[in-house]
Design a protein around this ligand. Structure first.
Ligand SMILES: [Mn+2]
Length: 356
């Protein structure tokens, strides 16, 4: 599994003319080495793959990161790191510029005997954007857990129940079904609060005749899922039914447009044009979607800034929404896998209007 990933990374090191790279971000070292613990540093060059960790994790690292040379260090990390870099002959060392703090960078500059420390932007993240079959199978399971939780929670949403209680029940259910945790803080936004695209659950109680937006995800084997549905309780304002139809049309059209070779921006514009044509352009103030994997928000982005072309195996969300102040909002979000001319839609929950 990880051999291929290591190969891809080594190819990128060559392209950037780096002798090696230091990897400290957890999702990145998990992806490259297979080690799932919470403390490790990887040093990777063309010939070597070293994992530095301490007493707490060295046995686990040896088991999980099979093709890595695991070094259990004592004392100061940077000294151990320097020993590795010197013994492996690394002169130009890349580091993750979005992860390493200024303090660490300053210390590395002082202590590491390298010719140059080279900031690197999203090298492993770019590789992670395209999932292999093993990853897609795991994400499928994370999506399935959320799908089951959604059908379970429909029986639970009624006037008088608070958003907190709904979030708690969703989370409890997902954990019972095998989730390790939630992908992010569960969003339950009802009535006027559904205007807030990211309204995390509050003590507000569900009332009759309002919209309830649920946005949540399960973590399974360290991979995230992410889904959103808006359901109606009783008979809310006709306008909400109207925007539901528009969002649904935009969402389905964007899924059809999610083809290999198209940029995130192009796919975003398909949904955005439909919403704009209907007069709600200003009420769709966020991007269409994002990659999902070890992180709930990762590459590629599907938005006005999305200039990356879709490749088979990319796993992304498609989640347009319309939000009307004082009235409420509607968002529908599925996870899809890019696959030539039509993506594989992983999310199976119904999308037609549900009135409870
Ligand atoms: Mn999302």
């Amino acid at each position: 599994m990880t051999g291929k990933r290591l190969e891809k990374l080594r190819q990128k090191l060559k392209e950037k003319d780096l002798d090696g790279i230091l990897i400290v971000k957890r999702e990145n070292y998990m992806y490259i080495s297979g080690f799932t613990g919470t403390y490790a540093y990887l040093v990777i060059s063309q010939e070597d793959a070293v994992l530095l960790t301490d007493f707490r994790y060295s046995k686990q690292a040896k088991e999980e990161a099979e093709i890595f040379e695991v070094i259990e260090y004592e004392g100061r990390l940077l000294n151990a790191l320097n020993d590795v870099i010197v013994s492996k002959g690394i002169k130009r060392l890349g580091f993750e510029e979005n992860v390493v703090t200024y303090k660490t960078y300053t210390e590395m500059k002082k202590l590491l005997k390298v010719e140059k420390l080279v900031p690197v932007d999203g090298m492993v993240e770019d590789i992670r954007a395209v999932k292999d079959d093993e990853e897609i199978e795991i994400i499928k399971k994370a999506v399935e857990i959320a799908d089951h939780a959604f059908s379970h929670i429909l029986n639970y949403i009624k006037p008088g129940v608070s958003e907190y209680e709904i979030a708690l029940e969703l989370e409890h259910y997902m954990k019972k079904k095998g989730a390790k945790g939630t992908s992010f803080e569960t969003i339950v936004a009802s009535g006027y609060r559904s205007f807030f695209p990211h309204g995390t659950a509050s003590s507000k109680k569900i009332e009759n005749n309002e919209a309830v937006t649920l946005d949540f995800g399960a973590v399974y084997k360290n991979y995230c899922s992410d889904m959103t549905r808006t359901v109606f309780v009783g008979k809310p304002d006709d306008k909400l039914f109207k925007i539901y139809d528009i969002v649904l049309k935009a969402q389905k059209s964007a899924i059809e447009a999610a083809k290999k070779g198209f940029t995130g921006k192009e796919i975003d514009s398909v949904a955005r044009n439909i919403i704009e044509e209907n007069g709600y352009g200003k009420n769709f103030g966020h991007g269409l979607g994002h990659g999902v994997g070890l992180e709930v928000h990762e590459k590629p982005t599907l938005s006005k800034r999305g200039d990356v072309k879709m490749e088979n195996g990319m796993v992304v969300t498609i989640e347009p929404g319309i939000y009307l102040e004082n009235l409420g909002g509607v968002r529908i979000e599925d996870i899809v896998v890019i696959n030539d001319d039509f993506p594989v839609v992983l999310t199976k929950s119904p999308k037609e209007i549900i009135v409870l």
